[in-house]
Design a protein around this ligand. Structure first.
Ligand code: ZN
Ligand code: ZN
Length: 418
């Protein structure tokens, strides 16, 4: 299998310049979730040119490409395409100056601050090399370009638009993410990899009154304050010390002046957990505490809960993870690692779940290895190395792109190359 990978990847050096041009072009022209029209067209055009059967506009801007080389396993590799409303401060010659106008008529800067341009470039590169060498592998290679990962609704949009009818059913789904590790690094992890993330808006109701007459009021500011404090007991008192979880109240709004008791307060909270049981338990505890505090304060109306976004936990299946980890060790040697548990979140796992098939997801590094090593020596990784979503997140082009193309190809061939 490693020999097959070397055969397919022999063309990587020659493709390097073209891939860097593509990467710079994508980086210069980032698009927000469900608006990735230009990016999707680039992907679809590249796939068609390489001989893939292409389906466009799946769930908005999603693209599926299918290439078959005889009977054999079906492997799906997925890349996300969307960027973020961040003003780029990398100083790169190919930095983004893009802006979009939001619903309120406000201009927003847009940046590929999460490296999804790396993912798109690497998947296009892998798709091309796989097409050029279809004589050395057997089966079906499905490449999928997904919209709107950052909003947590892109995978669902493709599924709701009939993904499982529009694509062959894969035996396994593969995906990767560039993270702040040294470029050249590849990291797999069996089991829990990324957290689930649930964001809620909660409105609690009181009775408005004059600030001098609390007896005429039900004070929602006090209810909200009690909720904020009490929510902290979920992680500290209801979960085992060995069960990681985060409950954050990120926003709280009530009132308009010092002498008016308002009639409502709005809290926005974010919950991170690593498995379905803990997720259900923590979200249930949030609801229970909010309701009980409202009742304790004689709130005149039930609190309202609105789900703002929701990401499932990303829990890698054991068998495909072991298979990819073995293939990475054989191909990358010392650059293949086990990556630690991450607190970020992803909607990628919705795709294999829709097909009822296993998946594995891995990390590639994007930081200049010398810069990273220096930060490690100085003990300043947290301060000096820009992380995803920051305005200075700037993966170095190489070896990041080469590693990303190689990782996808080596992983796909762990099924198709045998
Ligand atoms: Zn992101
Ligand atoms: Zn991302």
């Amino acid at each position: 299998m490693t020999d097959t990978a070397r055969t397919v990847l022999a063309g990587l050096d020659a493709a390097r310049g073209e891939l860097e041009d593509l990467y710079q072009d994508l980086h210069r022209h980032p698009e927000l979730g469900l608006r990735e029209h230009r990016t999707a067209k680039k992907a679809a055009d590249a796939l068609r040119e390489s001989g893939y059967d292409v389906t466009e506009d799946v769930g908005g801007t999603g693209v599926i490409g299918v290439l078959t080389s005889g009977d054999g396993p079906v492997v799906m590799a997925r890349a996300d395409m969307d960027a973020l409303p961040v003003r780029e401060r990398t100083g790169l010659p190919y930095a983004s100056a893009e802006k979009v106008t939001d619903e309120d008529g406000q201009e927003q800067p847009v940046m590929h601050a999460c490296g999804h341009d790396v993912h798109v470039t690497c998947l296009i590169g892998c798709a091309r090399l796989m097409a050029e060498h279809r004589d050395v592998w057997r089966g079906t290679f499905v490449v999928l370009f997904q919209p709107s990962e950052e909003n947590g609704d892109g995978a669902d949009a493709m599924i709701d638009d009939g993904l499982t009818d529009k694509s062959p059913r894969p035996d396994v789904v593969l995906a990767q993410h560039v993270l702040p590790y040294p470029a050249g690094y590849v990291g797999t992890r069996a089991g829990s990899f990324l957290s689930a993330a649930d964001s809620l808006r909660i409105t609690v109701h009181g009775r408005g009154a004059h600030g001098s007459m609390p007896q005429a009021s039900v004070d929602p500011v006090l209810i909200a304050a009690s909720i904020v404090v009490r929510l902290q007991t979920i992680v500290s008192r209801e979960l085992a010390a060995t069960t990681p979880a985060v409950v954050t109240v990120g926003s709280i709004h009530a009132g308009s002046g010092p002498n008016v008791i308002p009639d409502r307060a709005v809290l926005e909270i974010n919950v991170r957990t690593y498995d379905d049981a803990t997720r259900t338990q923590v979200l249930g505890a949030v609801k229970r505490i909010v309701k009980a505090e409202c009742e304790a304060s004689r709130s005149p109306k039930e609190p309202e809960f609105e789900r703002l976004s929701s990401f499932p936990p990303t829990v890698n299946d054991d068998e495909p993870t072991r298979r990819v980890a073995d293939a990475f060790s054989a191909y990358f040697g010392d650059d293949a690692h086990t990556v630690e548990l991450q607190t970020a979140s992803e909607d990628m796992s919705e795709i294999p779940k829709a097909f009822g098939v296993p998946f594995t997801y891995w990390a590639i590094g994007g930081i200049d290895p010398e810069r990273y090593a220096e930060a490690v020596r100085n003990g300043t990784v947290a301060q000096d190395i820009p992380v995803n979503h920051s305005a200075t997140f700037a993966p170095v082009q190489q070896p990041t792109l080469g590693t990303g193309v190689s990782a996808l190809t080596v992983a796909a061939l762990a099924w198709l190359g045998n």
